[in-house]
Design a protein around this ligand. Structure first.
Ligand SMILES: [Zn+2]
Length: 952
């Protein structure tokens, strides 16, 4: 019966389609007729299937879907002996990523040997000039050609598909000669999930007539758009943070192969033309200038090829190269990076102001021709480039290089999870890591605060990275505290800011690993090489004994948060020790997570569950036989053993939100915690059943209507924990928002009150007492007040005027110092100074009834300063400097503007709370320092910051 119904349905669907198709008018023209040039115009073997057969349309006429590309590759590899495909990764959605090796059959059979020669040439500590010359003599050229890392920038992958066919099917001598002397590795589709999303929207928004309007949905697609991967990550910012499977697999293979060039084929604005060529300033100083020289050689040939065909193009213009997390990370390893930027369009083509239509097929043709021309240029220059490469590799390990007397040191920490993560990322780049078993005395070091300290002792157990090793330039690029930017660039940047508020910086100006990760580090200006052994992770030891009354894990380790979360998800009661204690001679820092047998009388296999979860997380657990903390230390029945509440999480999402922030927050939940949560459409917030959640995250995004705000306010008052980021924080601190936190520009009429509360907060940490004076019964007429000696408090109008001026100079992705309240639960596991990635964020102002667990500015004692000083609305007690900038471009005006403002606030409202992050705490999955604050907020917030619910 069921079968019959299905057949009938099919039949009717078939009939309906015929009728429906007739229902639509034929268009008056077709976009496939726009461009008549043949892309594949060589002589080809009949034994290799033409791409048009896999596609069902002419190559370049439409966008090939990921599955079509995959099936073409699979079949070609069975048809040709010039090709070998390697699956180097699977995307989050399960799609394969392929590197397609193309060369002569001889070379294809010899890939391992070629790879090992390349590897030998990369380490000048092991071979001499003569051996290097002989390797170079025999090595084929090696090119890595990669496309469409942004899923909606489609033409690259289609061009790559054509190029693969051309190279494996051609019977022409020039191609055969090229393959004899070159290994070409084509990575046709770097982001299959993003492309699949975009390809789907092309299907959805296709009508019958072609659409040349780049504003139409056909061309733009829908939120979250096709650019990013499954978790909305920009994969072209991930090349050294290595958070996504696509990047991890790819970087591993690229680093094994050490190609001479790496082409990265993109698309840009629809009304643009084509850009290639070497970058303009700011260029990261760790890039070998030889590469810029070679970049010009390639650009010249490519330009000539475009000229011949009457195709417009340009070089340089907006393409800078300071941030090392683009595909251009390879430049720090000696590979020339070449960028293509083709104007972007969906398959129909785009109408331009001059009236012409740029067709998609022509875009694909541009990518294809660029590819072949670059390969020819490499063929001509490969040997010379290898020689330059060899010189560079010798330089990196020489004792005369600029890197030779430079050692990066990551100081010891109990945060093994974070330190091991750093080690993994560095090792993925072939960086050699060491550790010291004994203290090492050095003449001087630079701290992350920028201070130079003489006669410094590097404690035993530090991670030590001497920078006289093969990957020295990359090490410097990703570990040096500051990337050097030329004065001329700074002048240009400042003038641009003043003139139009624009910037010459294309990405963040701060990105070094240790600050992003919130790990304490120093730089030594010596080459350390004695008393070192190869770095290895701290051993994990779990002695989980049955008769223990408590099992606990060190709260400094980031995975302790996941430990609590994953146990609570299984309905186990978990406590947190909010003050350092010593129990059964185990020291447990504040924030340590404790499971008490007596809290969980009904859970039979408790011990096993604790063991399983700690094994999954690779963290140590100690067994405690007594809940007695000696002397004043917390005991298990006291108020410092605080019961947690299981988080039930919803995150608002969709149109209007910043997709990067939604994606990275979503990924952070899955990556760091792995517990259940709901992504919900934000429109649901006003009518859905919010009682299901006790934690709601509002990623950076949009404003909300009054009704939604009222609903959320009510939900918070009933005990909810509301967490907001950046633009959503901006909205919630506006007059339509929730709570009493304000933005700086709205507080100038009551600045003294804010300063009063700030001083109270500062003195609460730095105050000293003179006992004799205190015990004197006679009224003291000499009492001093923090504000008394202040010279020149600023008027409201001056503050407003200054603020307008200072706001012109806000940073765009720099790292500033956050000082923490080291008693607050939100800062568990966080060192006293936390580097904070800062952009044009809302500047948060909190009175004393709001917690400000992280404020901007690190207090640095300076006994030469003997009077209090004013910074805009706030003042700084004598004896202190305030450090704001840590890395990247932070103009002095910006430092003043954000000094002492709150980065993170927490305010009780009714039985619940609102937690506001001024920025995006999980940026690119790489700001692990602020990510920890966020994890604390989510997992500990319901238990520690709201009124505990008792089910009677
Ligand atoms: Zn792109």
């Amino acid at each position: 019966m069921k079968y019959k119904i299905n057949t009938l349905l099919l039949f009717f669907t078939f009939i309906f389609n015929i009728v429906y198709a007739k229902d639509l008018m034929e268009p008056t023209s077709y976009s496939k007729d726009l461009y008549q040039e043949e892309i594949l115009d060589g002589n080809y073997s009949n034994n290799i299937t033409h791409p048009d057969e896999y596609l069902g349309f002419g190559i370049g006429e439409r966008v090939a879907a990921p599955w079509q590309i995959t099936s073409a590759l699979k079949q070609w590899s069975s048809q040709s002996d010039r090709i070998k495909i390697i699956e180097y990764a699977k995307s989050h959605e399960g799609r394969p990523l392929h590197a397609v090796f193309i060369s002569s059959p001889d070379n294809i059979n010899n890939l391992d040997e070629i790879k090992s020669d390349l590897s030998a040439l990369s380490d000048a500590r092991n071979i001499n000039d003569r051996q290097a010359r002989s390797i170079i003599e025999n090595l084929p050229a090696v090119a890595w050609m990669a496309y469409s890392i942004h899923g909606n920038e489609t033409s690259g992958a289609d061009g790559a598909l054509a190029a693969i066919y051309h190279l494996i099917a051609s019977t022409d001598d020039d191609v055969l000669n090229m393959l004899d002397n070159m290994v070409i590795i084509i990575d046709p589709l770097m982001n299959p999930d993003g492309r699949a999303r975009f390809a789907k929207s092309l299907e959805q928004y296709r009508g019958t007539a072609p659409n040349y309007d780049d504003q139409s949905l056909l061309h733009t697609g829908d939120w979250p758009y096709g650019r990013t991967n499954h978790y909305y990550f920009d994969l072209n910012r991930d090349w050294f943070y290595l958070t996504q499977p696509e990047t991890k697999g790819r970087v591993k293979l690229i680093n094994e192969w050490k190609p001479q060039i790496l082409v990265d084929g993109h698309e840009m604005g629809a009304q643009d033309t084509f850009m290639t060529g070497p970058p303009r300033e700011p260029i990261n100083k760790n890039i070998d200038t030889d590469l810029i020289k070679w970049g010009n050689v390639f650009a010249q040939d490519q330009g000539n090829a475009f000229d011949e065909r009457n195709w417009r193009f340009y070089t340089g213009e907006w393409h800078e190269d300071l941030y090392p997390g683009y595909s251009f990370y390879v430049q720090f390893r000696g590979t020339l990076g070449i960028l293509y930027e083709q104007s972007r369009m969906a398959e129909d083509g785009v109408r331009r102001p001059e009236g012409t239509i740029q067709s998609y097929k022509e875009s694909v043709h541009h990518q294809y021709v660029s590819t072949l021309v670059n390969l020819e240029t490499l063929l001509k220059n490969s040997k010379e480039m290898y020689k330059d490469y060899w010189d560079g590799r010798k330089y990196n390990v020489s004792k005369d290089s600029e890197y030779a007397n430079q050692t990066f040191v990551v100081l010891p920490t109990d945060n093994n999870t974070r330190l091991n993560t750093l080690a993994d990322k560095l090792k993925a780049q072939d960086i050699e890591l060491y550790q010291n078993t004994k203290d090492i005395k050095v003449e001087n070091v630079v701290l992350q605060s920028g201070q130079l300290v003489a006669n410094y002792t590097i404690p035993a157990g530090s991670m030590i990275i001497p920078n006289r090793q093969p990957e020295a330039p990359l090490i410097s690029a990703i570990l040096e505290f500051d990337a050097d930017i030329d004065s001329e660039v700074l002048v240009e940047e400042r003038q641009k800011s003043l003139k139009s508020g624009s910037s010459v910086m294309y990405d963040t100006t701060a990105f070094n690993f240790t600050m992003m990760y919130g790990l304490n580090a120093v730089t030594v200006s010596e080459h350390l090489d004695s008393g070192l052994e190869t770095w290895k992770p701290s051993p994990v030891s779990s002695e989980i004994t049955k008769d223990a009354v408590i099992w606990a894990t060190n709260g400094v380790d980031d995975n302790s948060v996941a430990f609590a979360a994953r146990l609570m998800e299984q309905n186990i009661e978990v406590r947190i020790i909010d003050k350092e204690s010593t129990l059964s001679s185990h020291t447990l820092p504040r924030g340590s997570v404790a499971v008490l047998q007596m809290d969980n009388p009904d859970i039979l296999n408790l011990q096993n569950l604790v063991k399983t979860v700690s094994d999954e997380l690779n963290i140590s657990v100690v067994s405690i036989e007594s809940g007695f903390g000696p002397e004043e230390l917390p005991d298990w029945g006291g108020r410092h053993f605080r019961l947690l509440e299981k988080p039930q999480i919803a995150m608002l999402s969709h149109e209007g939100f910043n997709s990067y922030d939604v994606g990275v927050s979503w990924w952070s939940l899955d990556h760091h915690l792995g517990i259940r949560h709901s992504l919900i459409n934000a429109s649901l917030a006003s009518y859905g059943d919010l009682r299901r959640y006790n934690t709601i995250i509002i990623p950076s995004g949009r404003s909300m209507d009054e009704y939604t705000v009222d609903t959320l306010f009510e939900w918070v008052s009933q005990g909810g924990t509301l967490i907001a980021h950046n633009r959503s924080t901006r909205f919630l601190t506006s007059e339509y928002g929730i709570g009493s936190v304000k933005q700086l520009q709205n507080t100038f009429d009551e600045s003294e009150k804010y300063n009063f509360d700030l001083l109270r907060e500062i003195y609460s940490q730095y105050e000293n007492v003179d006992k004799d004076k205190t015990n004197n019964n006679i009224v003291d007429f000499e009492v001093s007040y923090p504000w008394e000696e202040l010279d020149g408090t600023l008027s409201e109008s001056e503050l407003k005027y200054r603020d307008k001026w200072q706001s012109i100079f806000m940073p765009s992705g720099s790292i500033v110092a956050g000082r923490i309240d080291d008693e607050h639960w939100l800062t568990f596991g966080t060192p006293n100074t936390i580097p904070v990635l800062y952009s044009n964020h809302p500047i948060l102002m909190a009175r004393s009834y709001v917690d400000a667990p992280v404020r901007i500015g690190q207090m640095i004692p300076n006994n030469k300063i003997n009077e209090p000083r004013i910074i805009n609305w706030s003042s700084l007690p004598s004896g202190n400097d305030l450090n704001v900038r840590m890395s990247g471009l932070v103009w002095p005006e910006a430092s003043q503007r954000i000094a002492n403002s709150a980065y993170l606030t927490r305010e009780r409202i009714g039985d619940g709370q609102v937690i506001l992050f001024s920025g995006e705490p999980n940026f690119r999955g790489a700001t692990l320092g602020t990510n920890r604050l966020w994890l604390n907020a989510i997992v500990y917030g319901p238990g520690l910051g709201t009124r505990l619910r008792i089910n009677p």
